[in-house]
Write a protein that binds this ligand. Structure first.
Ligand SMILES: [Zn+2]
Ligand SMILES: [Zn+2]
Length: 117
């Protein structure tokens, strides 16, 4: 991936191979990628008047995966991404678990989305 490519910020990165070696990572990653479809299916089955929030369940699967990586694979969490404002502003409290969770997001979601949380 070329950092100068304007589309790179929206590209879904390929998760590192160690994630596929972990059952929990694989399960949570698949749940995250499936979340929009699951929400869509629930909406179709529920009919009008039923309130579903797709972003909510997509974001919560991302948070669960980032949390799992930060707590189980802390040694594999990437370093600060110099192109990410959020990473740079977090350096002063680099041991904070939320910082690890944020940096873990860079492993599996596009930089443009990773920077939001
Ligand atoms: Zn794992
Ligand atoms: Zn970042």
């Amino acid at each position: 991936m070329n950092a100068k490519d304007p589309d790179a910020a929206d590209e879904w990165p390929l998760p590192p191979s160690w994630m596929w070696g972990c059952e929990k990572c694989t399960e949570l990653y698949r749940a995250m990628k499936r979340a929009p479809e699951v929400v869509e299916a629930a909406r179709a089955a529920g009919g009008p008047g039923v309130d579903y929030d797709p972003m909510d369940s997509v974001v919560s699967t991302q948070i669960r995966l980032a949390h799992h990586i930060a707590s189980t694979h802390a040694a594999d969490v990437p370093d600060v991404d110099p192109s990410c404002d959020r990473c740079l502003s977090d350096t002063r409290r680099a041991t904070d678990v939320f910082v690890l969770e944020h940096r873990a997001r860079h492993l599996f979601i596009p930089p443009a989305i990773a920077g939001l949380l």
